[in-house]
Design a protein around this ligand. Structure first.
Ligand SMILES: C[S@@+](CC[C@H](N)C(=O)[O-])C[C@H]1O[C@@H](n2cnc3c(N)ncnc32)[C@H](O)[C@@H]1O
Length: 216
């Protein structure tokens, strides 16, 4: 797989099927930190779903300097998982990426800080139905964009994400427009991040405020 260097020096890849890079070209590490990890407000001991694990940046940045996290990672593309072994590793996160390389060959790994990471291969649209109710503190919802992958940005998926989140748990995703936000609100989320007149630059943070009215 060919890697593309992003502006912060970290590397991403290009997906032919969805005609999209795995990260913004402004930086793969920058995206993982600024669009997912920091807005999520991660605390030790949290349970996190990383939907769209890809090259693993969101998980790598999240376990760095944390302990006792429990991360469930979902990914359906074997080729991107294999690519982790040849990805030029960002210096700051070298240890975490060495761990993820091992994770690809196993199903579950525990690191020295007692973070437990489970990698489940398969279609997240089906797998979310098998995940426990009111379990996760945070969800990183990181598939491809709404334009290129509309089938996953839908009410039935959002409803399941709401079901598996703890009350007041948060889902973090890419900046998105009014229609997606309305659909999230419909299933029991409250949009809580600054949203200055629908400015698309902010990451999306949606908090669960009630059980999914569609699926109980
Ligand atoms: C934009 S990339 C996310 C990149 C990732 N956050 C990272 O740090 O590399 C989207 C990822 O979601 C995965 N994906 C998309 N649809 C999926 C699905 N239905 N089930 C599982 N994984 C999916 C893709 O294969 C891809 O790896």
């Amino acid at each position: 797989m060919d890697f593309v260097k992003t502006k912060d020096g970290s590397y991403t890849a290009f997906n032919q099927k969805y005609q999209e890079h795995y990260h913004a070209l402004s930086g793969a590490i920058k995206e993982a930190k600024e669009k997912f990890y920091l807005p999520a407000g991660i605390k030790n001991g949290m349970k996190i779903l990383d939907l769209g694990f890809g090259l693993g940046y969101n998980t790598a940045v999240t376990i760095h300097n944390h302990q006792d996290l429990r991360i469930t990672a979902l990914e359906n593309d074997t080729s991107i998982l294999k690519a982790i072994s040849s990805l030029p590793k960002p210096k700051e996160y070298e240890k975490e990426f060495q761990l993820l390389k091992k994770l690809v060959k196993k199903k579950t790994l525990t690191d020295s800080a007692k973070n437990i990471i489970e990698l489940i291969r398969g279609n997240a649209i089906d797998l979310i139905y098998t995940l426990p109710t009111s379990y996760y503190d945070r969800i990183y919802f990181a598939p491809f964009s709404q334009i290129n992958q509309p089938e996953i940005w839908c009410v039935s998926v959002f409803s399941e994400l709401c079901r598996i989140l703890h009350k007041k748990g948060k889902m973090i995703s890419y900046p998105c427009g009014k229609r997606i936000k309305k659909n999230l609100e419909q299933v029991g989320f409250k949009i809580i991040e600054p949203d200055q007149v629908n400015n698309r630059k902010f990451p999306l943070v949606a908090m669960k405020i009630k059980g999914s009215p569609l699926f109980g």
